[in-house]
Ligand binder design. Structure first.
Ligand SMILES: *[C@@H]1O[C@H](CO)[C@@H](O)[C@H](O)[C@H]1NC(C)=O
Ligand SMILES: *[C@@H]1O[C@H](CO)[C@@H](O)[C@H](O)[C@H]1NC(C)=O
Length: 350
């Protein structure tokens, strides 16, 4: 009797170790049906995060995509033991390029499983991708032409036309503000800043200016400025970051943008919500324009009328970005292979 008990205990223990206990055993038994393929039959898409971006994991308890984002039939998992059951396996590029994570090239890839390459960095910061030829089936990036586009933010139409008065920020103390920690002489934005600040006052914050801003002080500080220099540190297709979407729009300053071409901004940002550096023949003209605009309350306020019809949504959570795969899963191409990811990454790199 005793021996049988001990034997069955050992049996359970071995099983537990095989399926990844203690890390995975509890979750496997409590949340995942014994017959995992039941899910695919019920039309559920299983997404495996092979590793978490920047090593920051997050709870996947419950039906995350539905509970948080109202995206149905989407199962987000991060247990590698579920690799054989995953419809999509997501690899965040940073850890691959740093060598802290590796692709499971030794594992047989189930038929129909897609491998997704995910990054929010500009092409210049993704490292060499030559070794990833003929491996990935999907791209998940900020680019509009990625299979799953995950912008830093987006404009959404408002359901009801809103009131404007309270949306026009008052109490401005500075003409133009710039927050910069990564100051490089060769950046185009540095040249523009230098020329601009020679003509109009530009208040500079951030590590470079020895006036670091706590994250809690960022938006209140920006709100004191007529214009916020939303200058990207890399100039690349669709590379429009939280400098525009969060800092400028939430801070309530009119963004002066430098980054991808005007058309890229027009395609995604609210109409008449920003000033693009390239709209001017020279920085001198830009400086003059900003100065005149700040003195003309009516014309300045026109840069906020978009708020009647549009609102801005920020994307900050990797779970939401990955859940988005499910909403577009059925329109993904049947078969796709990125034969030259390096070339794709650098393509249209304006
Ligand atoms: C304007 O900003 C200053 C400095 O932050 C503050 O002391 C003052 O109370 C503000 N005035 C209004 C009307 O909000
Ligand atoms: C994904 O890529 C692999 C490797 O190139 C390929 O064998 C497989 O057919 C592709 N799958 C899909 C669904 O595109």
């Amino acid at each position: 009797m005793k021996i049988r008990f001990v034997l069955s205990f050992l049996c359970v223990l071995t099983l537990g170790l095989l399926v990844g206990w203690p890390r995975g055993f509890h979750t496997l038994t409590s949340k995942i049906p014994a017959n995992y393929s039941y899910w695919s039959r019920s039309g559920q898409v299983t997404i495996l995060m092979w590793h978490w971006p920047f090593g920051k994991s997050s709870s996947l308890q419950g039906d995350v995509c539905w509970d948080l984002y109202r995206i149905p039939n989407c199962k987000l998992v991060d247990q590698r033991s579920l690799f054989p059951f995953a419809d999509v396996v997501v690899f965040h590029n940073r850890e691959l390029s740093q060598g802290t994570e590796k692709l499971p090239l030794h594992l047989p890839r189930p038929r129909g499983q897609r491998w997704a390459w995910m990054t929010l960095e500009s092409p210049a910061h993704n490292g060499d991708l030559y070794q990833y030829a003929n491996i990935f089936n999907m791209t998940i990036t900020h680019r509009r032409d990625a299979d799953i586009s995950i912008p830093y933010g987006e404009r959404l139409p408002k359901k009801a036309e809103g009131h404007l008065a309270e949306d026009i920020p008052q109490n401005k103390s500075f003409l133009a503000c710039w927050v910069v920690s990564n100051y490089r002489a060769h950046h185009r934005r540095t040249q523009v800043y230098k020329e601009l600040s020679a003509r109009i006052p530009v208040k500079v914050y951030g590590r470079w200016a020895n006036t670091p801003l706590a994250i809690s002080a960022l938006l209140p500080t920006i709100s004191r400025c007529y214009f916020y220099l939303a200058f990207e540190n890399s100039i690349a297709k669709d590379y429009i970051t939280e400098k525009l979407w969060r800092n400028a729009y939430q801070g309530g300053a009119v963004p002066v943008v430098l980054g991808p071409p005007l058309e890229d901004y027009k395609a995604v940002a609210p109409p008449n919500s920003f000033i693009h550096v390239d709209e001017f023949a020279s920085v001198k003209d830009l400086a003059k324009y900003l100065q005149q605009l700040a003195e003309d309350k009516k014309r300045y306020s026109e840069y906020f009328t978009w708020k009647r019809q549009w609102k801005v949504k920020l994307y900050t959570d990797w779970k939401e970005r990955v859940c988005k795969i499910c909403s577009q899963y059925n329109s993904l191409p049947q078969e796709k292979i990125y034969s030259d990811l390096q070339a794709w990454n650098k393509a249209n790199n304006s």
